[in-house]
Ligand binder design. Sequence first.
Ligand SMILES: [Zn+2]
Length: 509
Amino acid sequence: MAALSLGVSVMASAQDKTVKKIIEIGQSDNQVMEINHHLSNYIGGRPVGSSALTHAEAWVKDLFESWGLEVMVQEAGEINVGFDRGPWYGRMLSEDGMDLHFGTPAYTAPSRGKQTGNVLIEPHSKREFEKMKGALKGSWVLLDVPSNGMAIDWSDAANEKRAEAMKKNEEIDRQNMEIRRYNMTHRDETPKEMLKYETTTALFYKEMVEAGVAGFIRSGAVPLRVMYDRANCYNITMDNLPKVCDIILDEAQFDIIKKKVLRKDIFQLEFDIRNHFFRGPVKYHNIIGIIRGSKYPNEYVLTGGHLDSYDNGTGAVDDGNGASLNIEVARLLATAGAKPKRSIMICVWTGEEYGLLGSKFFVENKTVPLEKISNYFNRDGGPTMATSVSVPPAMYDDFVEVCKPIMNINPEIPFTVNKRPGVPQPRPTSAGGSDHAYFAMNGVPTISFQETDPKGYNFEYQEIWHTERDIYNKVIPEYMEHSALVTAVVVYGLANLDHMLSREGLYKE
Ligand SMILES: [Zn+2]
């Protein structure tokens, strides 16, 4: 008896020492912002298919190895053609000229060097198209429908839809002529309303491309949201590259330019867009750092964030925030010499923005048995502060135990563990949101920290979400450091319990 209890207390104090060490390093030598700086500024924006993502993967692998972690490099897919973004400039050439504020989605065409051209407003009918088809050659064309951030779909399917809309509009045109005639001849009645035309992005897309336009310009709200060619990027080949520039322009400038066109001012726009393509296939990978469990090596606590991002900003927040934080968690655990009972996996996912590709692959291929995952912690929100966690009643005591050491590491803002009302949530049936989705759909607990802005840094997720503002300056060091430390201690604590977290009352079955 005596020997046994001595053994237990020695082990408990070894754990305490490790936790103390994690906290000490996390407070005196936290590296999360240096990691984020490297990821977002030295490497930069990281879309699937980019050299930057490939470099980032290799860098994370090297880091994990340098800290003595076991590393799993898991190929999650490939894309035919690679895309690297270079710089981009634009100017309005006129007496009231200005620099243009714009972006182009990933996997859209470069300009022909510095490309100068007149500006036209897109045609809305065959008649309008015929009237301007010669002038379209070499012109920049303003489109009616504002941008939602995605590239203009130039697939055959999209062009068929446009053809259908055109047919409908011809019919509407015919009916409107009749309405006009009726109204003219029945002036004593209230006039009949004209029918509305179908609006489609670039109704005459194919015809305009064949006429030789320089590119299309859509209006975009600021901060500009600029993503990628979701519809076509996987079908692009080196002999089927996109040909026409796809520009998303600051809405205020768009309006100025449109007015000038309507006034028939004589002026031009000049764009220099360095969008580069290279032969693939480009493979993309999850990089998973593993600290093998000493007692239950085949049970797991997972924590993660995604490495890929859009590239109009630098992906410092989405999800440089989650990626850098989890990389720092790996470093804190390794540096503190953590030897947990069950295995810890630090999951740096790929391809989240293109459809949760990395985490989906991991789950669907049962990389580890899903029933052996105690919890998956996802971080893919703001660079905010992990201030509490809310768990089903059956997990409550475990979380209280594990969170004890971090409850007061910031005395101003104590960390709290809250009990969810004892009503199980329905298990999600469709993927959305972020990399926790496929875990949750398959019944794995995906408890994550509540993240808040208690000091009032005025952070707004919508401002950075897939926009040009997703840059290093938006990351909040104080919150990042605190949250990395909290995550490391909690993940370690859960991995050290003598049981996995209960799934009772988690999902409604
Ligand atoms: Zn994200």
